[in-house]
Design a binder for this molecule. Structure first.
Ligand code: UDP
Length: 236
């Protein structure tokens, strides 16, 4: 597959056109940002790990009946995916209190919820990705009612599958962010990435953080945490 011009450059990834108008190539970088781009840095080897972890999860979810954008892993950092138009909503599922949830509601981190929560942010860097509810998302025509229902159902199903998988490798899935896209025929598919950049992972026994919070909070051992997640998922 011939790779053509770069279509888009984001904080952690680049997207390139290919000779097939329905397929694009994602390139994973080692660049890391946090707090809406205020904090910048490099996490050596992150792109390789996030590419492999994302593709592993996408294949697992696809096998469980979740449609995804995944097509083919080309190499360590490059993957072919179906071209989608991204629904401008970040979908956040939480199993345990942490991060902005703990801050917003004035509770400690680590409260295990009886039922997972769902919330949405409006994907808009200029506005700092504000929290949005489904009525507001409908008012702004960010998605149709049917799309929002599909996204909600799929997000909880993704949580069930991922939670069970990570439990097996000794990791608590605390929370994570998903993005969905529309294919040219309107079908909603899971898109973007699933990695230590977009999920909170805590070691089930020690509760050690094995995700991007080590970078956000200057905890040190950032590369080691990503490597540990790679090892948990793929083995030695
Ligand atoms: N998250 C993300 N991208 C964002 C915001 C959040 O991938 O722009 C992920 C984050 O890694 C965590 C979950 O979504 O796993 C919930 O994040 P939270 O709302 O607590 O925000 P944060 O504390 O990361 O600012």
């Amino acid at each position: 597959m011939e790779i053509k011009e770069m279509l888009y450059e984001g904080k952690a990834k680049q997207v390139f056109a290919t000779e097939n108008p329905d397929i694009v190539m994602v390139h994973y970088k080692d660049d890391a940002t946090a707090f809406n781009g205020l904090k910048k840095g490099t996490i050596t080897g992150k792109g390789v790990i996030n590419n492999r972890v994302t593709n592993f999860m996408m294949k697992k979810l696809e096998a469980a009946g979740i449609p995804t954008h995944f097509v083919e892993e080309l190499n360590d950092r490059d993957t072919l995916v179906k071209k989608v138009s991204i629904v401008p909503l970040e979908v956040i599922i939480r199993n345990i209190s942490a991060g902005s949830f703990a801050k917003r509601f004035g509770v400690e981190e680590g409260i295990v919820f009886e039922n997972p929560t769902i919330e949405y942010s409006y994907k808009n860097d200029d506005l700092g990705d504000p929290m949005i509810n489904t009525a507001q998302a409908l008012a702004l025509k960010l998605a149709t009612p049917e799309e929002i229902e599909t996204i909600r159902t799929m997000a909880f199903k993704v949580n069930d599958i991922m939670k069970a998988f990570f439990q097996e490798v000794g990791v608590d899935l605390v929370d994570f962010k998903l993005e969905f896209g529309r294919l040219s025929d309107g079908t909603i598919v899971l898109a973007d990435e699933i990695s230590p950049d977009t999920c909170r992972f805590w070691d089930s026994k020690t509760h050690e953080k094995l995700d991007k919070d080590r970078f956000r909070r200057d905890l040190g051992g950032v590369e080691d945490a990503y490597e540990e997640m790679r090892r948990r998922i793929f083995g030695a």
